[in-house]
Design a protein around this ligand. Structure first.
Ligand SMILES: Cc1cc2nc3c(=O)[nH]c(=O)nc-3n(C[C@H](O)[C@H](O)[C@H](O)COP(=O)(O)O)c2cc1C
Length: 361
C-alpha cells in the first residue's frame, strides 16, 4: 500500500514539475547531422516568423537542385487576414531564411514567384539551387532571431543602427520614432485597433484556435502561440498553462489583460518600423515578408527587441486612415515596434519538424 502511495506521489510531483515550465523549442531538437543540405536548409527556413506562428508553408524537394514552396490553405487566418497579405508575408519570411541558409551551405538561389497562384497545387515559389562558394552569413543568426513581447528601452536608436536596418531597402523600410508625430500616431492607433480586434467575436474564435496553452498541445501541434512564445513567464505563465484552455481567452477578463499588455508594449519602445510596397499582390507581399525577416535578423544582432504589431492595418477602418495620415509612398504592409533590450532571451517558439511540411521527391 505504501509503495502504491509513493508511486502516485512520484507521479504527481513529476506532473507538477513538468507543468511548471513551458515546453519550448529546446524540447524538440532533431539530430540533423546526416540529413543532408536540403533538410538543413529547410530546417532554417522554418525558423522564420509567421502570423500566429501558423507556419503556412508546404514544400517539395527535387534532388539537390530545386525546391517548390506551396501555401497550406488550412493555415490561413481568414478573419484577420482575408486578403491573404500576412499569409504571403509569412511565406516571404520563409523564403528569405531559405535563401540565407542556402548561401551559407554554399548554394546560389534563383527564386521565381508565381504572382497568380490560383490553385493549391501550383507552387508560389520555384527555387533553383546551384553550387557556389559559401557566403559569410552566420547561420546561427537565424537560430537567435525571435519576436519579443517584453518592454523595450525607449531611448533613441543610434544613427548607425538605424542606417543598418534601413539601408537594404530605404524606399520600403521606414522608421517612425515614438516621440515624433508619426510614431505617436502609430502607438495610439495600434492600441485602439488592437482593442477593437480583441473584442471582435470572430477574431477571438480564430485566435483561440492558435493558442497552445497546455504542454500537451504544444507537443502535439508544434505551431501556434505558446505561453513561452508569448513571454508569459513565471506565475502567470504557470496559471495560463495549467488552468486555462484556449476558449478562456475569449472571456472579458482575459481580453482586458491582453489589451493592457498591448498598451504596455506600444508605450515601451523607441519607435516603429513600417514596411511599404508600391504594389499589393502576392509578389509584393512576399517581398515585404523577406524584408521583415531581414530587419528582424538585423535587430537581433543590434540588441534591438522586435515585435510585429499589425492590428492597425488589419482592422479595415484603421488601415485606410493610417495609409493616408502616414503618407508613405505605397501601401503599408507591416508594422513592428523596436527598442534596445539588455538581456535578449533565446528563441522559444516551436516549429513543426521538416518532415511534416516537406515531400522529398
Ligand atoms: C505577418 C505577421 C504578423 C504578426 N503579427 C504579430 C502581432 O500582431 N503581435 C505579435 O506579438 N506578434 C506578431 N507576429 C509574430 C509571430 O507571432 C511570430 O513570428 C511567431 O509566433 C513565431 O515566433 P518567433 O518570431 O519568435 O519565431 C507576426 C508575424 C507575422 C509574420
Amino acid at each position: 500500500m505504501n509503495k502504491l502511495k509513493s508511486y502516485f506521489a512520484l507521479l504527481f510531483v513529476t506532473g507538477l514539475l513538468s507543468s511548471c515550465s513551458s515546453y519550448d523549442r529546446s524540447d524538440f531538437t532533431t539530430d540533423r547531422t546526416n540529413k543532408g543540405d536540403m533538410y538543413n536548409i529547410l530546417y532554417y527556413a522554418s525558423l522564420s516568423g509567421s502570423s500566429h506562428n501558423s507556419q503556412p508553408w508546404r514544400v517539395e524537394v527535387y534532388k539537390e537542385d530545386s525546391i517548390l514552396v506551396f501555401t497550406d490553405s488550412l493555415r490561413k487566418l481568414n478573419v484577420i487576414d482575408p486578403k491573404e497579405r500576412e499569409f504571403y508575408i509569412s511565406i516571404g519570411a520563409f523564403i528569405e531564411n531559405l535563401n540565407l541558409a542556402a548561401g551559407s551551405y554554399g548554394y546560389n538561389t534563383e527564386i521565381r514567384i508565381n504572382n497568380a497562384v490560383t490553385d493549391k497545387n501550383i507552387p508560389t515559389a520555384t527555387i533553383k539551387l546551384s553550387k557556389c562558394k559559401k557566403t559569410d552569413f552566420q547561420i546561427s543568426d537565424i537560430e537567435k532571431r525571435r519576436t519579443l513581447h517584453t518592454a523595450f528601452d525607449t531611448t533613441e536608436i543610434k544613427g548607425n543602427d538605424l542606417e543598418a536596418l534601413i539601408k537594404s531597402a530605404p524606399e520600403n523600410i521606414h522608421y517612425a520614432p515614438s516621440s515624433f508625430i508619426n510614431g505617436k500616431y502609430v502607438k495610439k492607433n495600434t492600441i485602439n485597433s488592437y482593442a477593437q480586434q480583441a473584442k471582435n467575436k470572430e477574431a477571438q474564435d480564430e485566435l483561440a484556435k492558435w493558442f497552445r496553452f497546455s504542454n500537451r498541445d504544444v507537443k502535439e501541434k508544434r505551431d501556434g502561440l505558446t505561453t513561452s512564445g508569448l513571454d508569459l513567464n513565471g506565475l502567470s505563465g504557470f496559471v495560463v498553462r495549467n488552468f486555462f484552455n484556449p476558449e478562456d481567452s475569449k472571456k472579458e477578463s482575459f481580453v482586458n489583460k491582453a489589451i493592457e499588455k498591448t498598451q504596455m508594449q506600444a508605450e515601451n519602445c523607441a519607435g516603429w518600423i513600417i514596411i511599404t510596397q508600391p504594389k499589393n499582390d502576392i509578389e509584393a507581399w512576399i517581398n515585404s515578408g523577406r524584408l521583415y525577416q531581414r530587419v528582424n535578423l538585423k535587430c537581433r544582432k543590434l540588441s534591438l527587441g522586435f515585435q510585429p504589431m499589425n492590428q492597425m492595418i488589419e482592422e479595415k477602418n484603421y488601415e485606410s486612415e493610417a495609409n493616408s495620415f502616414l503618407d508613405y509612398k505605397g501601401t503599408i504592409h507591416f508594422v513592428a515596434r523596436i527598442g534596445y533590450v539588455k538581456d535578449y532571451p533565446d528563441p522559444v517558439s516551436v516549429r513543426r519538424p521538416v518532415e511534416s511540411f516537406t515531400t522529398f521527391k
